[in-house]
Design a protein around this ligand. Structure first.
Ligand code: SF4
Length: 317
């Protein structure tokens, strides 16, 4: 399928799978944690897309959501804090035959992992990146994260966080060669699933910010949006995240947004009166760094020696 003459490319026979084929260990997140919802959506996506578990890998950093690989019966790499993306990029460079998903959080991605995040967006290597944003460090017990809202009392800012929070969508939109930037919420399974499915089919780096409930530490974070769906701005467009009649009925505040329009994407992403969901930006023509790293992947040892000899001959005197 990939056209590589190697003996390591897996090409399993297509077959149907059940959800049980993807279910790993029992998830140990708190009851009501939004991470459960994303896990369910991802397992359904894997089943529906008939992804062979032996050809699928989940990579994560550190944080509550980064426990994700343990709960998938696929390959997984639970890495170091903030370092999920370099690991995933390395896997992509050497194994273009694998389906790659990344689970990262607002602390993992937008603080210690920021440099990796920015350059991974620019490198645009094919993978689905789920950024679970609960606006807090949950695993280490309620410290201010880069996306914590002003005024929220945390263990590191008991009088309330006083810096304006980072907006991961506007930051991503500002990165040259970024190619897919979307936002969804964990408490609406149809929109969550449709967004992840769209991300999976994107040919490059698909960044999805999932607004994620953390009932343990920030229980009231998204209460307004859950109790009053008119506070959510549903972005619709034929080239965006597909929405069905049920979503149209649920989210009455809507706007037609063409994901090719980057400047308008900024305008929507910066709104604070509503929470926008949908696809902000998509560019399927952006360059892929993996098309470069793929060069020579199927070179045999004999061909490598021959190439090396030719190179050395250049310097013979
Ligand atoms: Fe989920 Fe928050 Fe519990 Fe972590 S602390 S598992 S984010 S509810």
């Amino acid at each position: 399928m990939l056209g590589l003459k190697t003996d390591w490319v897996l090409e399993p026979e297509p077959r149907d799978y059940a959800l049980a084929d993807y279910e790993g260990c029992q998830a140990k997140w708190c009851p009501g944690c939004g991470d459960h919802s994303v896990l369910n959506a991802v397992q359904r996506l894997c089943r529906d897309e008939r992804l062979p578990p032996e050809q699928t890998v989940f990579v994560s950093g550190i944080g509550c959501s980064s426990r994700f690989p343990h709960y998938m019966k696929t390959y997984g790499f639970h890495g170091l804090h903030g370092r999920a993306l370099p690991v995933a990029s390395g896997i992509r460079a050497r194994r273009p035959d694998l389906n790659i998903f990344v689970a990262t959080g607002d602390g993992d991605c937008c603080s210690i992992g920021t440099a990796h995040w920015i350059h991974a967006l620019r490198y645009n290597m094919k993978m689905v990146v789920m950024m679970f944003d609960n606006n807090i460090y949950g695993l280490t017990k309620k410290q201010t994260s880069p996306t914590t809202r002003r005024g929220r009392r945390t263990n590191t800012h008991p009088d309330g966080a006083f810096l304006s929070p980072m907006n991961p969508i506007t930051v991503s939109l500002g990165v040259p060669n970024a190619s897919f930037i979307a936002q969804t919420v964990d408490w609406n399974p149809p929109h969550l699933y449709a967004t992840l499915r769209e991300a999976f089919h994107h040919p490059g780096f698909a960044f999805v910010r999932v607004m994620q409930r953390c009932p343990h530490f920030t229980g009231d974070n998204f209460e307004l949006f859950q109790t009053d769906p008119s506070k959510i701005l549903l972005m619709t467009h034929p080239d965006g995240v597909p929405v069905d009649d049920a979503l149209i009925r649920t989210f009455t505040t809507r706007v037609e947004h063409d994901p090719a329009d980057r400047m308008n994407a900024f305008n929507h992403a910066m709104r604070e009166d509503v929470l926008p969901i949908g696809l902000f930006y998509r560019d399927e023509e952006a360059e892929h760094y993996d098309s470069y790293t793929r060069e020579g992947l199927d070179t045999t040892p004999a061909e490598k020696v021959e190439a090396m000899d030719k190179l050395l001959d250049l310097y013979c005197v």
